[in-house]
Design a protein around this ligand. Structure first.
Ligand code: MRU
Length: 356
């Protein structure tokens, strides 16, 4: 996607290093970073300089290539996989990507590993772009359908499932960009998504593309949905089970409940690497990341000198809990938009795309 006149992806190879967009400085400042080691990649994922399930997976793959660049031995490969796997627990794309790298590299002679690692990481990034483009194609008719009866199609989204969260195009935002590009009047209600405010990233992206949007507090979605001001909800996902339960950013579940109550269609946009075929019980087996309480005690913004700063809004002794994700039960989900088409959020629906 374009930032100003320049086309960017969210991650790219830069010689023997890796370029990323530092998402912790957005929406205030557009800044790129160069990562030179596997440890720097792990740090970038942990601190959410890069974030979003598909992007975490792609960046981790590049992290393996950086590690092997220094030392391509069996031990170094295993250590890199462990370090990267440890960064964030919930988005399954991370494990998916590391498993894929290990499958490609494990049996190779160490001398052959570096080149293969770079090309496999590149392939993962390219494939992600293609998957998201297809998700856009399959999601677009859902918006076109609503547009037959509405002057403006109001879509609610949560967190950031746009191009910043993927290598390009985004998942939930991909159909929205396509709808806007073909002249459909869309307007996006953007949940702020406390505590990390990924909604600001969504607002920044939509604004850069010229898509009309309104940023709202996380608590406003139910009210707007109830009042008929939301036609469609589209969110991303961090892990989807074979029964169609969708784990996504904390707060997604509440939006789905509100949508169900008001008979508003609720879709999750999901590339196949986000499906975890191994989980039996979504509600007990998906590891839900418990993040630092400081994310609740502090907020980041610009100070009066225009510098990015953190201010305290709580006190150190306040007890806080900060689960990062929740699980939306399949019965609240109208459909799952995949790269292969829109499927029901059911075991049969998921089975229809298994292995394709
Ligand atoms: O904690 P984050 O910002 O990595 O969480 C991101 C989300 O929950 C996204 O909605 C999800 O990864 C889908 S991104 C295409």
């Amino acid at each position: 996607m374009k930032v100003g006149d320049v086309s960017y992806r969210s991650v790219w190879r830069d010689g023997d290093s890796v370029g990323i967009i530092d998402q912790t400085s957005l929406p205030y400042e557009f800044r790129t970073l160069t990562l030179r080691t596997c440890e720097e990649v792990a740090h970038a994922i942990k601190t959410m300089q890069v974030r979003g399930a598909p992007l975490i997976g792609a960046v981790a793959a590049y992290g393996v290539a950086l590690a092997l660049h220094k030392d391509a031995s069996d031990n170094a490969l295993a250590a890199a996989i462990d370090t990267l796997a440890d960064t964030r627990p919930t988005a399954v794309n991370l494990r998916w990507s590391l498993d894929r790298m290990l499958r490609q590299l494990g049996s190779l002679d160490p001398a052959a590993r570096v080149d293969v690692a770079w090309s496999e990481a590149g392939r993962i990034a390219d494939e992600d772009t293609e998957l998201n483009r297809s998700i856009g194609d399959h999601g677009l008719p859902l918006i076109r359908e609503v547009a037959k009866h509405r002057d403006v199609v109001n879509i609610l989204t949560h967190c950031n499932a746009g191009w910043l969260a993927t290598v390009d195009y985004g998942t939930a935002l991909a159909p929205i960009y396509l709808a806007h590009d073909e002249g459909i009047q869309v307007h996006v209600w953007v949940d702020e998504t406390r505590p990390r405010s990924q909604g600001f990233l969504t607002a920044w992206e939509l604004s850069a593309h010229g898509v009309p949007y309104t940023l709202i507090t996380d608590n406003a979605g139910g009210h707007l949905t109830q009042r008929g001001q939301v036609d469609l909800v589209i969110v991303g996902a961090d892990r989807v089970t074979r029964d169609g339960h969708v784990c996504n950013k904390i707060g997604t579940y509440l939006k789905a409940l509100a949508a169900k109550q008001s008979a508003v269609p609720f879709y999750a946009a999901v590339p196949s690497p986000t499906i975890d075929w191994s989980i039996d019980d979504a509600f007990s087996e998906i590891p839900i990341e418990e993040r630092s309480g400081d994310e609740i005690r502090f907020v980041q913004g610009l100070d009066s000198d225009g510098q990015i700063a953190r201010v305290t809004i709580g006190t150190d002794d306040m007890q806080v809990a900060n689960p990062g994700f929740d699980v939306t039960p399949a019965e609240l989900i109208t459909g799952i938009i995949t790269e292969l088409g829109v499927i029901p959020a059911t075991r049969d629906g998921l089975a229809s795309i298994a292995g394709k």
